[in-house]
Design a protein around this ligand. Structure first.
Ligand code: PHE
Length: 455
């Protein structure tokens, strides 16, 4: 039997509360902004296929691993790896890498989330014909305006995190997640009444396999890690607040399916919306190369155009609800990004939650302000910390669990809440994935990327 480590840290109030909080972490800009853009950029359904494979054979096993490490140790990622390190100096580095990725990813995440909030105002100003104001808030290159919205979003994130686990994070996500799904479905139902939407559907579900290459696979892998919140210990941290009655495998399955589902549904909105905008005269693809114009800003370039074309009160309602929705989804993710470094500071440096959240939040805020002024830097952050950093973290987690801590010990922990798992067929398959298939695949993708970058 795995021994229960007593601790006075917070715990999730209910099974549903945890699943929604973890799903809230997973569902965010990655699903609604990242996934549809990547699909459009990478040949439609061919990308979806590779993405699904990455989520199921790499993401899902790694998610189980993270939750198990978290619940076993009941600690932040650094503390967790220290606790299981047997004095080895290198093992805690995996946790430190997670904390660094958390800070860096959150720094650009808040800038994009800030854009989301700014566009709520853009839609309102446009409707009331305050054109100058609408252009001002909708200008993605305006550093001063970006910085204000970035800081505003950062403060929101800090306030939720200071509320703690069950009163802050759990309460907010439990309320927001169902609202988010409802709004998405309403928007999809509406979009299909507009001209051009079905062309989007065709691109979405019609695979062009000739587009599959190393770059696409790396993007799909990075996207899977980012979207499932893996590789940096966010789910180690959320797992550390899990009680011993919860079935880890089942929870991970719910979160994975939920996250994939929301991404696919978001694609059903954004891709047809791109084609509706195109039918309305907005250029989306380069007519010569066929490549997508401006991936990073696609959602912000194209969707407002579409909402404007719809026009009137309906256009306003669609626009405002969409950007509020995106902001809410981003908030339930940004709190999990902040929770990683904050829980590290609380546990390892004995600092109170409120102070820790403001301290770390201020550091992120400063980097965020720099990125909101120099937005070209965001792409570098995405490449380093998201596309390479998260899979690298995932690789280290697999190797740590499979060869250092040993999968038998992880299975013992998983027995709590899931009796008989260690002797089940599922556990044999999971071990094969964690020890061999996932690390080999991640390593291959990373090596080929580094090779490509160097040559
Ligand atoms: N999964 C979140 C999203 O899709 C982003 C995230 C990444 C959150 C890593 C936590 C950790 O937007």
């Amino acid at each position: 039997m795995a021994t229960i480590i007593e601790s006075s840290r917070g715990t999730w109030n209910s099974k549903l509360g945890f699943i929604l909080a973890a799903a809230g972490s997973a569902v965010g800009l990655g699903n609604i902004w990242g996934f549809p853009t990547q699909v459009a950029d990478n040949g439609g359904a061919a990308f979806i296929l590779i993405y699904l494979i990455c989520c199921l054979i790499i993401g899902f096993p790694v998610m189980i691993a993270e939750l198990t490490i978290g619940r076993r140790t009941q600690k932040n990622p650094v503390g967790a790896f220290k606790a299981l390190s047997n004095g080895n100096k290198f093992v805690p580095l995996i946790g430190y890498w997670g904390v660094i990725c958390g800070v860096m990813i959150l720094s650009f995440y808040v800038v994009i989330s800030g854009w989301t909030l700014a566009f709520v105002f853009e839609e309102l100003f446009y409707f009331f014909s305050y054109d100058t104001a609408a252009i001002y808030v909708g200008d993605l290159g305006n550093g001063f305006k970006n910085a204000i919205f970035t800081l505003f979003f950062m403060v929101l994130t800090i306030l939720v995190v200071t509320g703690g686990v069950s009163k802050g994070i759990e309460r907010v996500t439990k309320l927001l997640m169902p609202v988010l799904i409802g709004i998405l479905l309403i928007l999809i139902a509406y979009i299909f009444t507009l001209e051009g939407a079905f062309d989007g559907m065709i691109m979405y579900f019609n695979p062009d396999f000739s587009t599959i290459n190393g770059t696409l696979i790396l993007s799909a892998l990075g996207q899977a890690f980012f979207s499932l919140s893996l590789g940096m210990g966010a789910l180690i941290t959320y797992g550390s607040y899990l009680n011993k009655k919860q079935n880890i495998v089942e929870s991970a399955a719910y979160v994975t399916i939920f996250d994939i589902g929301i991404a696919v549904i978001a694609g059903l909105l954004v891709i047809p919306a791109m084609f509706v905008a195109q039918a309305g005269g907005v250029e989306i693809f380069d007519p010569v190369t066929g490549a997508l114009f401006s991936s990073t800003t696609l959602v912000f370039d194209v969707l407002p155009e579409m909402f404007h074309n719809v026009g009137g009160v309906i256009g306003l309602l669609l626009g405002v609800t969409f950007f509020i929705l995106l902001g809410l989804a981003a908030l339930t993710s940004s709190i999990s990004l902040l929770e990683v470094p904050v829980s590290y500071v609380i546990d390892e440096h004995n600092i109170k939650r409120k102070k820790a959240a403001w301290m770390v939040g201020s550091i992120v805020g400063v980097i965020g302000v720099v990125l909101s002024i120099e937005t070209v830097l965001i792409d570098y952050f995405v490449n380093i910390f998201n596309e390479v950093g998260l899979p690298l973290g995932g690789l280290m987690i697999c190797l740590f669990l499979g060869y250092f801590w040993k999968s038998e010990n992880a299975l013992l922990e998983m027995e709590d809440g899931n009796k008989g798992i260690s002797s089940s067929k599922f556990s044999t398959i999971w071990i094969i994935f964690i020890k061999f298939i996932s690390p080999i695949l991640i390593a291959l993708v990373l090596i080929s990327t580094i090779w490509r970058l160097l040559s």
